[in-house]
Write a protein that binds this ligand. Structure first.
Ligand SMILES: C[S@@+](CC[C@H](N)C(=O)[O-])C[C@H]1O[C@@H](n2cnc3c(N)ncnc32)[C@H](O)[C@@H]1O
Length: 512
């Protein structure tokens, strides 16, 4: 126990050293030390693996790598293991792979093989695959990892949005998003007509297709956050779900068909336990078993085009296939962003909640990067768009994003000012707007003096500028009734804005 603490303490000290001192003093001391001392100072090797990538000069990389390679032949197994762990962090190359494979072939012990496997998981290539076929020494984990990394470096794979899913019957699709918005998502699905709604739960709308469809049909819907095609439910049979049960779903015939049809290039997926955080051991176990069942489907945490998400379900764990497409094709217009930008599906939900009138004049008093204005304009019927924001940067971004969205002949005016000054600045007469839609500052990231007063002013400005029949749609952090008798509450729902409850409200301007 004492020595574990001592070596931890030594590592802590070495890790805090500037690179120059670590390399010149400590590494030399280590090299010159007698065998027993070297063993005790092995933390130097670990510290080099951490400090060099952070602050070592690139010109010294070969020298450091050479040193680590020499250590791979140290008589002391522990030193060899530490060198193996540090090599990939320095940026190992083909020569290192050959060196490691020689060690593997010349009879490393079981524990050393495990470490060799971990290093080859990270740096192995074709030569490792050959050695695996020949010796069978390292097992499926390394084989799968190396195959995935070769595939990743040769040709990036991608989700094919336009491919038809002919086998649509009985396929359950989960549209997930912020809790509180489900009814708006449901309404959008029903209006679209290609899918029908099976079930609605907090943050989840389950749908199914009416006919063959493509993923692009799902991405025509704008109000959901993420989409998962349910591959199946891994059943628990009483206790926790076994890795074999998960693997059987991931490698099922249906999963193979879907992944085959919807992927260009090698099929790679990342496995995520959505509600449980990192579950490294479980992920490894499931991935190995799924690979044994279907070696064409590779688990790969890096740049994988698919995620296989595991969500708790009533009768086990729901295993769902989620395309990882970045940027989301629905938001290709977002050339730029502001720090407090709205969640895009929330902006789309707000636009649908506002609904469409003809020849609309729409204002977002706190427009930020312009998402609500863009989402509303996409629904049609908009003639004029106004945006105001205190930030000059936000105003420039909103203008650029709006142009990039290519929404046709709509007159736009974006101005940097306090929203209270905007009507005078733009000479907007009373009753000249049909819709005010906004995600105002909520005072969470940047404190706002008299935030409640800001919302009262928003009500007052809206009451003045909206024409009878016009609407005010916004997110309200306060439990407050409209202080303006002419603004009548139409709907109010609690929405989760990322761990923070807010109300999404819509008001109608009355004639009097
Ligand atoms: C939640 S963000 C809006 C995000 C926006 N909907 C988007 O899509 O990016 C709120 C915005 O209100 C602006 N703001 C804060 N106080 C303001 C005020 N008094 N008048 C105008 N804009 C204000 C902030 O600069 C910020 O960009």
């Amino acid at each position: 126990m004492k020595s574990a603490n001592t070596s931890k303490e030594l590592y802590r000290q070495l890790r805090a050293l500037p690179w120059e001192r670590l390399w010149k003093d400590e590494v030399q001391k280590f090299d010159r030390a007698a065998a027993r001392d070297r063993f005790e100072r092995v933390s130097v090797v670990r510290a080099v693996g951490v400090v060099f990538p952070e602050s070592g000069p690139a010109a010294q990389r070969d020298e450091v790598r050479e040193w680590l390679r020499r250590l791979l032949h140290d008589p002391e197994e522990k030193i060899r293991r530490y060198a193996m762990a540090a090599l990939p962090k320095i940026g190992a190359g083909a020569g290192d792979e050959a060196e490691l494979l020689t060690l593997l072939r010349t009879g490393a012990g079981e524990r050393e093989k495990k470490y060799l496997g971990r290093t080859l998981d990270k740096i192995g290539g074709e030569a490792t695959l050959e050695a695996l076929a020949e010796t069978g020494a390292l097992g499926v984990r390394t084989e799968q990892k190396v195959k995935a990394s070769i595939a990743r470096s040769q040709a990036p794979s991608a989700v094919v949005l336009g491919a038809e899913i002919a086998d649509f019957r009985g396929l359950r699709i989960h549209l997930r998003g912020r809790a509180g918005l489900e009814e708006i998502v449901r309404e959008e699905v029903e209006a679209n007509g290609k899918f029908s709604v099976l079930d609605v739960q907090p943050g989840l709308v389950a749908i199914t297709a009416q006919a063959p469809f493509a993923l692009s049909d799902i991405f025509a819907l704008r109000c959901f956050g993420t989409v998962g095609i349910v591959l199946g439910v891994a059943k628990s049979g009483g206790g926790s779900v076994s890795p074999d049960a998960f693997a059987a779903v991931i490698a099922s015939p249906q999963s193979r068909r879907l992944l085959g049809a919807l992927t260009r290039g090698t099929i790679r997926y990342r496995l995520e336990f959505v509600a449980k955080g990192h579950q490294r051991a479980a992920v490894r176990e499931i991935a190995n078993r799924a690979y044994a069942l279907c070696p064409q489907i590779l688990n790969d945490a890096r740049e994988a085009p698919w995620a296989v998400d595991i969500h708790p379900a009533a009768d086990g764990e729901s295993v769902e296939l989620r395309p990882r497409i970045s940027p989301d094709p629905r938001h290709a217009y977002r050339l730029d962003d502001v720090p407090a930008a709205s969640h895009p599906p929330l902006a789309a939900c707000m636009a649908r909640l506002a609904g469409r009138q003809e020849n609309e004049s729409v204002w977002d008093p706190f427009c930020g990067s312009g998402l609500e204005l863009i989402e509303r304009t996409r629904l049609g019927g908009v003639k004029r768009v106004f945006g105001s924001d205190l930030s000059a940067e936000a105003i420039a971004i909103a203008g650029r994003n709006f142009s990039a969205a290519q929404l046709g002949a709509v007159a736009t005016r974006f101005a940097r000012c306090d929203f209270r000054d905007f009507p005078d600045l733009e000479k907007l007469p009373p009753h000249s707007l049909t819709l005010i839609i906004s995600n105002p500052p909520l005072g969470r990231r940047i404190p706002i003096r008299n935030l409640r007063g800001l919302f009262e002013d928003l009500f007052a400005t809206a009451a003045k500028l909206l024409a009878p029949g016009g609407r005010l749609v916004f997110t309200n952090p306060f439990h407050m009734e409209s202080p303006e008798p002419s603004l009548k509450l139409q709907s109010r729902r609690s929405v989760d804005l990322g761990g923070f409850e807010c109300r999404l409200e819509s008001y109608l301007k009355r004639a009097r």
